[in-house]
Ligand binder design. Structure first.
Ligand code: SIN
Length: 508
């Protein structure tokens, strides 16, 4: 009887999820966006977009190929001839208007985001606010793209440096932050005076189309923002075109290291500018003497943001031996409060993983660890009663370097805890990876804070802090996590170049 009641409850939940996801969304579009026109693929092909929670089709969009991408690049090139000549103030006004429309349409953007990415509403809300703030930020930065007058070594020459926009840029964006990864790139590109062709991930094209629609409404001229949608099988050819087309000046990519390397090599032939924000394998170190409650809160925020599907998510928790048990007990207690469920329910904190292959990868890592002797303190399997993509918040102990979850980016709600004795040992484990995106540590020793912050081989460090992303700061990695910075005033650097003007003067 109890089993039947539980089953009926799950059935009810799933039906409710489906009803919520089938709602009409005004910003949902089923065509690509090129030169302010809603267009189909030249071939007429389309592909389906699924809700990760209900697994139902939420839309179909054009499955474009490299010829469709070329048309978008040509439109962006034509637009650059005028957009590239506008003043920073003119671009600032339009970007500000875009930001205001994003805020006005926030509620719908949140629903759309949650529907296609499977993020719980609270997460989608956080992403949309963060994504919007990047357009606000770059609307302000557009007016502060300055050159420099350099002291000349001779009286007969004056040296001036000016900043110019690159031209047409290709923005290839991931599914884990379908809103913010576009605004972080497109905001900077447009502020610098570039025009762009966006290729969103095949799992989450709807947010990209909604953003482009609002940009057009805000007064972004035709051709300045274009969105080319394509399914996974055609993505490599479209990606190659977006790197190699002669009218493309540069690309910016966020996604896996493997794809980043491919795009990097695609860019080599034309010596294109490239910015890469690739995978991470973030250490999260807890030193004895740290405020453990604060460390646990930071761990939850950092690890479970977007169900662990975040490049800067903590991947390996390194905990000093004398506080190991206490930290793990406190963490386990907090993890038990994390509600796994329907993303559109306000009580859910963890949603489904994006797709079946991602789910298989995460659960494969958990099983690999279990087979090799890891202890499952919490979770450890799929919550199949909710659907095929819901992974229980999992806490693994007795993890060692032979296990996949120790070496690879997990990208799921799985915490892996490792014990260490000394600061030197912690740093050696933390830095023993080819990735170098973010690192985190908790300590109450100011000398240790400075020492460890400098010693971590990562582009970003959270010190007694688990949430570090903000429009004002420079986001980016080192080593195989890529190069280039996003957000901050440095974000503009990726979309502009310094031109040196040498004025020859007559002898005074
Ligand atoms: C990412 O996961 O790639 C970006 C996350 C962020 O901006 O915080």
């Amino acid at each position: 009887m109890a089993r039947t009641v539980r089953f009926l409850t799950y059935e009810f939940q799933i039906r409710a999820m489906r009803r919520a996801h089938s709602m009409t969304l005004q910003l949902k579009h089923d065509k690509a966006f090129v030169n302010h026109n809603w267009v189909a693929a030249e071939s007429g092909r389309t592909f389906q977009v699924f809700s990760p929670s209900s697994e139902e089709v939420v839309s179909t969009v054009p499955d474009m190929d490299e010829n469709d991408a070329a048309k978008a690049i040509q439109a962006a090139h034509k637009a650059f001839l005028t957009w590239g000549q506008t003043t920073g103030k003119e671009r600032s006004v339009i970007l500000r208007k875009w930001y205001e429309l994003l805020v006005t349409n926030q509620e719908e953007l949140v629903k759309l985001n949650s529907t296609e990415s499977g993020k719980p509403l609270c997460e989608a809300q956080a992403e949309v606010s963060y994504g919007n703030s990047l357009i606000e930020w770059f609307s302000e930065e557009a007016r502060r793209i300055h050159g420099q007058v350099i002291s000349s070594p001779v009286k007969t020459k004056e040296i001036v440096l000016i900043r110019q926009p690159l031209g047409v840029v290709s923005l290839i964006t991931p599914w884990n932050f379908p809103h913010a990864m576009i605004t972080r790139k497109a905001g900077a590109a447009l502020a610098a005076g570039c025009t762009c062709v966006i290729k969103p991930a095949e799992d989450t094209p709807l947010t990209a189309l909604a953003l482009a629609k609002l940009a057009a409404e805000a007064g972004v001229p035709p051709g300045v923002i274009n969105v080319v949608t394509c399914d996974r099988p055609g993505a490599a050819a479209v990606g190659r075109q977006l790197c190699q087309h002669p009218l493309v000046a540069g690309i910016s990519f966020t996604g896996s290291t493997a794809v980043g390397k491919l795009l990097y090599s695609n860019c080599a032939a034309g010596v294109k500018r490239i910015a890469l924000e690739l995978g991470g394998n973030a250490p999260f170190i807890v030193f004895s003497g740290a405020d453990l409650d604060k460390a646990v809160d930071g761990a939850i925020a950092c690890k479970f943001r977007n169900s662990g599907q975040t490049c800067i998510s903590a991947n390996r928790f390194l905990v000093q031996e004398d506080v190991f048990d206490e930290f793990v007990n406190k963490l386990e207690k907090k993890m038990k409060d994390l509600v796994l469920g329907d993303p559109l329910s306000t009580s859910s904190r963890i949603g489904p993983l994006i797709n079946l292959s991602q789910t298989a990868k995460v659960i494969g890592m958990v099983n690999d660890a279990i087979e090799k002797g890891a202890e499952v303190r919490l979770g450890g399997k799929l919550a199949t009663s909710l659907g095929q993509r819901f992974c229980e918040p999992t806490l693994l102990l007795k993890v060692d370097p032979s296990m996949l979850c120790y070496n690879q980016e997990i990208f799921g709600p799985v915490v892996v805890c490792v014990k260490f004795k000394t600061e030197e040992e912690a740093l050696s484990i933390a830095n023993s990876t080819k990735s170098g995106l973010a690192g985190y540590f908790y300590t109450n020793d100011i000398n240790q804070a400075w020492r460890v912050a400098k010693a971590l081989s990562t582009g970003m460090v959270g010190i007694n802090e688990g949430l570090i992303s903000t429009a004002e700061a420079a986001f980016g990695g080192i080593k195989e996590s890529g190069f280039g910075r996003e957000g901050c005033h440095h974000g503009i650097d990726e979309f502009s170049y310094v031109k040196y003007l040498c004025f020859g003067l007559s002898q005074l």
